[in-house]
Design a protein around this ligand. Structure first.
Ligand SMILES: Nc1ncnc2c1ncn2[C@@H]1O[C@H](COP(=O)(O)OP(=O)(O)O)[C@@H](O)[C@H]1O
Ligand SMILES: [Mg+2]
Length: 383
């Protein structure tokens, strides 16, 4: 494959050289621009495959630059990554609105993140196998489809099937998480408090040593926002580097995204090894799920990574499995039966379903599905 060309636009010479050296190490062709104006000229003349821009440049603001590049047919399809010295949420939002596909705050993990995102955007595979634990997200189009219950119970079964593996669950549902009440965690530490910590403290070692392990559940927990007010304080720009640290510290990182598919969670879905979409059979959820699927495809999420799971959380009414598959236009990999009040009962006692009801068919479904998901994630990673 010919070398991919990356344009760096950054007024800070030291920062620009540092990024350039890293990209050259990754075997990219590199073009450097010290101002927005210069960047536009090189972009239109040399047609790079990707641009890495510090949006805080002053001659043309990054957002303005992005709009110009997106409006010009020569560069309209060139992906833009913001590598920014401004970690504020407003800046993240304005840049994503302006056409940047990813926002990386300059930090200790920035280069690792940049390499991973650049590989994804350019469709190049990393020379060494992708690093770190396997990443799985759990998402749904609507609340109440059983996403959190399934995420917690799959995590437990992965831990049970592979006692040598280290598993962590991250609750990213906003404005309020729900894994903590399911597993009975009442500690003060959560995703919001972790994003407020200084960058140099949220290391893999920190997450390896300081996240509680929930005994009957066999996984460690990074709990979600405990209330909407805390949720508002989540430092969005830190989520990416925290997930990277977690991947270094754990073999499996399972993220409950719930129905919070957003600009915060999309980059995680794009880099996940497996994305589990939980669907219930009522017509409105199925149709919303189709919208979510179409959106994921537009955003370049690998279709192979999508694992659709039908959960009969609302009982037997609604569409059949074939009808649901037809409406979604993807195969349903697993169906979880209606468990009447048993799921709620296990949750309210903070018990994993398979321990509370070991003879129930659903326990076998959980065990088998956990195996299938980890096998699939492993295989997709190896590709
Ligand atoms: N297969 C099922 N059968 C019966 N009840 C279920 C099933 N799956 C989930 N539930 C119940 O549905 C409710 C919502 O589950 P939850 O995991 O919180 O969903 P979500 O995270 O999608 O909002 C809970 O009371 C849970 O016990
Ligand atoms: Mg939930």
């Amino acid at each position: 494959m010919p070398e991919k060309k990356v344009l760096i636009i950054d007024a800070d010479v030291a920062s620009r050289n540092f990024i350039a050296r890293n990209l050259l190490d990754q075997k990219y062709d590199v073009i450097q621009a010290g101002s927005g104006k210069e960047g536009l000229i090189y972009a239109w003349r040399d047609r790079p495959d990707l641009a890495v821009i510090d949006p805080t440049i002053t001659d043309i603001a990054g957002e303005e630059l992005a709009k110009k590049l997106k409006q010009d047919s020569r560069t309209a399809n060139m992906p833009l990554i913001a590598l920014s010295s401004d970690p504020s949420v407003t800046r993240v939002k304005s840049c994503l609105d302006a056409g940047f596909s990813d926002y990386i705050p300059k930090s200790g993990q920035a280069v690792t993140m940049l390499n991973e995102i650049a590989r994804r955007l350019l469709g190049v595979s990393a020379a060494p196998a992708r690093k770190g634990g396997l990443l799985m997200t759990f998402l749904s189009a609507k609340g109440g489809t059983g996403t959190s219950s399934i995420c917690a119970n799959i995590a437990m079964n992965i831990g049970q099937n592979q006692p040598e593996s280290r598993v962590v669950v991250v609750d990213l549902v906003l404005p309020i998480g729900s894994i903590a009440p399911i597993v009975g965690y009442e500690g003060a530490q959560n995703i919001v408090t972790c994003t407020e910590m200084p960058l140099e403290e949220t290391t893999p070692e920190f997450f390896r040593d300081k996240l509680v392990e929930l005994k009957p559940w066999r996984f460690h927990l990074l709990a979600g926002s405990p209330d909407p007010e805390s949720g508002n304080h989540l430092k969005v720009g830190r989520v990416g580097d925290i997930i990277l640290s977690l991947k270094e510290a754990y073999d499996y990182v399972l993220i409950d995204i719930g129905r919070s598919l957003s600009r915060i969670t999309l980059p995680l879905i794009q880099q996940a090894d497996l994305n589990v979409l939980i669907v219930s059979t009522d017509i409105s959820t199925v149709s919303l799920s189709k919208t979510i699927l179409d959106y994921m495809k537009i955003k370049g999420v690998n279709t192979d990574s999508i694992f659709a799971m039908l959960n009969r959380a609302v009982g037997l009414e609604g569409l059949s499995r074939p009808e649901t598959e037809k409406a979604l236009d993807i195969p349903i990999k697993v169906t979880m039966p209606y468990l009447s009040s048993n799921m709620g009962f296990a949750n309210s006692q903070h018990q994993p379903f398979t321990l509370k009801f070991p003879k129930d068919t659903a326990s076998i479904v959980f065990q088998d599905t956990a195996k299938e998901m980890s096998n699939l994630a492993h295989n997709l990673r190896a590709k």
